[in-house]
Design a protein around this ligand. Structure first.
Ligand code: FAD
Length: 400
């Protein structure tokens, strides 16, 4: 059921035919063009005004659907053909059951969680550990693969596992687990369902008082693992970063540093693996922020995929210490996002688009900086837009 307040905050998608491209691009409501139809996302309070504008321009409204798919609008034949002034009102009688949207959470029951807990972790073996940062790059980042064949650990793309480092903490207690995003698909790097891979940066910082270099406990343990070494694994956990089931979705991925991990899993599933259980036909767009070219993790693979699948995979870098933004400062991910703001905004209007963000804590603020003004130009406050997308399970954030 709607309360008036809830309706007023809602967005609706108009499908319109019969408009010229020229006629729509000057307006603040952003159109998305697909096979003869143009789709507009319209805030509730502008619905009548927008309907009149479309009619004035000779357009015909084919359908009006709420962006979140909860409740359809009942629009009369006259309104659809533009013969009567618009007064479409949301009706409370029927649920569409999410037909107009994609939901990453639709089948949560199939998601494996906590198969192994910290009091009885799975002991896997390290079978791969190789560096991902090229010469001249900053820090140490390793790609690690663990053998799972002796256990029951299963996972899907977008989940994390816990690693319990050996030894005790400063209080003499056993070390606590640390979470790491899984970087492989559910079938594993060897495509045999028997491995899991991570992308781990060794934490290194100067102690604020002593000035001594401090290395993180678990990340150092992982980065130094030898082939055949044991590793205590828990999980999997996480439902925030799952891919939607729809194979024609648009997947926007915003990554900084090791935030690439879940996106490697997605891209391998979409393009590299070509497993019979998933045939991606949509668009994946990765915007990847790193300090130097030498820090582009999985660079060769990413560029090969971009070259091989130009219609389905777009790759954009923001190389902060080599490239300059429009103001002459460092090119961070938010500057790249700002450069593509219109296009990203247009894509985000589609119910088929999911946006994912992974990496450095605080990334979200930069993205708001980059897209806030385009949202405002469209009469929507960015936090409200994000809230709406979260509600629709189209906005996914994992930062640490
Ligand atoms: C959901 C999730 C997914 C993650 N995925 C990944 C991943 O894919 N790859 C990855 O590398 N990491 C990932 N992490 C981070 C990871 O869990 C660990 O936090 C990280 O590896 C550091 O653990 P550590 O044991 O090495 O450091 P610790 O020994 O635990 O040290 C960390 C502590 O050091 C202190 N510290 C850190 N930096 C500074 C500083 N600059 N100045 C002063 N003090 C500081 C803080 O007190 C901090 O709590 C993820 C975290 C989460 C929550």
């Amino acid at each position: 059921m709607y309360s008036t307040g809830a309706v007023e905050n809602r967005l609706f998608v108009y499908e319109v035919v019969g408009l010229s491209q020229k006629g729509v691009t000057n307006d603040s409501v952003n159109p998305i063009r697909r096979s003869g139809s143009v789709f507009f996302t319209v805030p509730y309070r502008r619905m009548n005004q927008e309907m009149r504008r479309i009619i004035r321009m000779g357009g015909q409204i084919v359908s009006i659907k709420p962006l979140n798919g909860d409740t359809p609008l009942q629009v009369t034949a006259n309104q659809l053909t533009g013969n009567s002034p618009a007064s479409a009102q949301p009706q409370s009688t029927e649920k569409t059951n999410g037909k107009v949207m994609t939901q990453a959470k639709a089948k949560n029951t199939d998601i494996p969680v906590n198969i192994y807990r910290p009091n009885k972790p799975f002991i896997g073996k390290c079978i791969e550990n190789y560096p991902l940062v090229a010469e001249g790059g900053l820090g140490i980042v390793q790609h690690l693969t663990f053998d799972l064949s002796e256990g029951d650990l299963r996972y899907i793309e977008g989940q994390s596992i816990g690693i319990v480092p050996p030894g005790t903490d400063a209080n003499g207690k056993p070390q606590k687990l640390r979470l790491y995003s899984i970087a492989s698909t559910r079938h594993g790097d060897h495509k045999d369902d028997k491995t899991v891979s991570l992308c781990v940066r060794q934490l290194e910082y100067k102690h604020p008082e002593s000035g001594e270099t401090v290395y993180g406990v678990c990340s150092t343990f992982l980065c130094n693992l030898g082939i055949g070494d044991d590793v205590a694994i828990t999980g999997p956990v996480g439902k925030e970063m799952l891919l939607p089931e729809e194979e024609d979705a648009t997947i926007i991925m915003l990554a900084t540093g090791t935030g690439i991990a879940p996106f490697r899993a997605y891209l391998w599933r979409m393009f590299k693996e070509q497993h019979e259980d998933y045939k991606f036909k949509g668009l994946a767009w990765l915007i990847f922020g790193i300090p130097y070219t030498a820090n582009i993790l999985y660079k060769d693979d990413l560029e090969q995929l971009a070259a091989e699948y130009p219609d389905n995979f777009r790759l954009t870098y923001a190389i902060s210490r080599e490239e300059k933004n429009a103001e002459g400062g460092r090119m961070y991910i938010q500057h790249r996002v700002a450069e593509h703001a219109q296009e990203l905004w247009d894509k985000m209007q589609s119910p088929k688009t999911h946006t994912y963000m992974c990496g450095l804590k605080g990334m979200e603020d930069g993205i708001e900086e980059a897209l806030g003004s385009i949202a405002a130009q469209n009469g929507i406050a960015w936090p409200d837009f994000v809230k709406q997308m979260k509600k629709e399970h189209r906005w996914h954030v994992e930062t640490y």
